[in-house]
Design a binder for this molecule. Structure first.
Ligand code: ADP
Length: 398
């Protein structure tokens, strides 16, 4: 079965064509700067990469370009669009309506549209991708795979905020979490690597990238996760503030006469590692600045490490233990120092790294000391594979 995975953003479209029968990635690519005067279309297949600059008017044109590149590039090995069996779309916000992948029917489409109010940068862009595929490949099954679905197993005490019930219920304000596809993938994968059933494990999965979230998974079910109503809550991130006293936000708005849209921009785009360090949202730049003696950069990174420890500790308490901690995404997979600083000082809990093993970057590897009670793993995430697997499972039932 051949599955096209699409991640449609407001101005970009990422795609991957996977052959799920022989487990190969046939091609992957991006269309960037959709709607701007000059766009960039990139395709990688069979070890080669081609890129061209051209105006991409809208998402429909973006999908058209992606499909024609897939067909016309010999290295891809696709001869007709009919060979593509189904399309999987990454959807950021599925609210409390979806705990699994869904065939995109009119009702599902409408729900994704409704939840656009909570994810204005993402859901409307996903719909554009779905619409474009409907035009270019009419009749093909399109499947929605929700970033929120894996987190739907949380208990009310983990997902409910202390707001008045009438407001919370009317506006569906609660913890939904995000990065669910990534947490689910690395949880399943680490269980395989450990040779134990996921249903018997207590795991803490740390997706640490430009966006970061930490999730507690007990017996295969999410019991808590650090992102909340939106991906803003929890860890300090590249440009997101993460956890903050809500009234500090109101105070700042009053003091500086800042309106809601501007405050949203400050919290999501100007805060986090960037806001605290004044250097960059990228951890590598922060680490370089620290090496040059920049105290603000050091503080930004210290907050990141501190908060990761705080979540790990609280999740161990929630689950009454942990069998394994998993690091994934840009920082989790590559930053040796972040992994070792996060795990340092938790020997009391049975967490201890092997410094030699922890030199790994971007590869599946156990990095804990042989005699440590808790296993610690690096598992590179693969959201596209996880989406394609969900698509195959669902299409087989149609
Ligand atoms: P996104 O959330 O945009 O997918 P990524 O998962 O790619 O982001 O993570 C980006 C982050 O990973 C950046 O902060 C980057 O500095 C960090 N990163 C990537 N490689 C390294 C590395 N070798 N050492 C430290 N940080 C790294």
């Amino acid at each position: 079965m051949k599955v096209l995975v699409i991640n449609s953003g407001s101005s970009s479209l990422k795609f991957q064509l996977r052959n799920m029968t022989d487990h190969t990635v046939m091609a992957q690519g991006t269309v960037e700067k959709i709607g701007l005067p000059m766009g960039i279309v990139t395709l990688k297949a069979g070890g080669m990469k081609v890129s061209r600059d051209l105006h991409v008017a809208n998402h429909e044109v973006a999908v058209e370009l992606a499909l024609s590149d897939l067909l016309e590039t010999e290295a891809v090995g696709l001869h007709s669009l009919d060979e593509i069996d189904a399309i999987g779309h990454r959807i950021v916000q599925g609210g409390d309506s979806f705990d699994k992948a869904m065939l995109i029917t009119e009702d599902v489409y409408e729900k994704i549209r409704e939840y656009g109010a909570m994810a204005p940068l993402h859901n409307p862009a996903h719909l554009k991708g779905i619409d474009a595929c409907s035009v270019m490949m009419p009749g093909k099954p399109q499947i929605a795979v929700f970033d929120t679905a894996f987190h739907q197993t949380m208990a009310p005490e983990a997902y409910t905020y202390g707001l008045p019930k009438q407001h919370a219920e009317k506006h569906k304000i609660r913890r939904y979490g995000a990065h669910g596809t990534s947490h689910k993938y690395v949880a399943n994968r680490v269980a395989e690597l450990m040779g134990r059933p996921l249903e018997e494990l207590k795991l803490i999965t740390c997706h640490l990238g430009n966006g970061s979230s930490i999730t507690a998974i007990k017996n295969g079910k999410v019991v808590d996760t650090s992102m909340g109503f939106t991906p803003h809550e929890g860890m300090i991130m590249g440009t997101r503030c993460g956890d903050i006293d809500a009234t500090a936000v109101l105070y700042l708005m009053q003091q500086e006469q800042i309106d809601a849209a501007e405050m949203d921009r400050i919290l999501n785009k100007e805060s986090g590692l960037l806001g605290v360090s004044g250097v960059s949202s990228d951890l590598r730049d922060i680490e370089n600045a620290i090496a040059e003696g920049n105290a603000d950069a050091k503080l930004a990174r210290d907050i990141f490490i501190h908060r990761a420890k705080k979540y790990i500790g609280s999740y161990i308490a929630e689950m009454n233990g942990v069998d394994a901690i998993v690091f994934t995404a840009g920082i989790g997979e590559n930053s040796i120092e972040s992994r070792s600083d996060i795990c340092a000082g938790m020997e009391f809990l049975g967490i201890r790294l092997d410094n030699e093993k922890n030199t790994v970057r971007g590869e599946e590897c156990a990095v804990h000391a042989d005699d440590a009670r808790v296993q610690v793993w690096v598992v590179p995430t693969n959201e596209e594979l996880s989406i394609a697997e969900d698509v195959v499972k669902l299409v087989e039932t149609l």
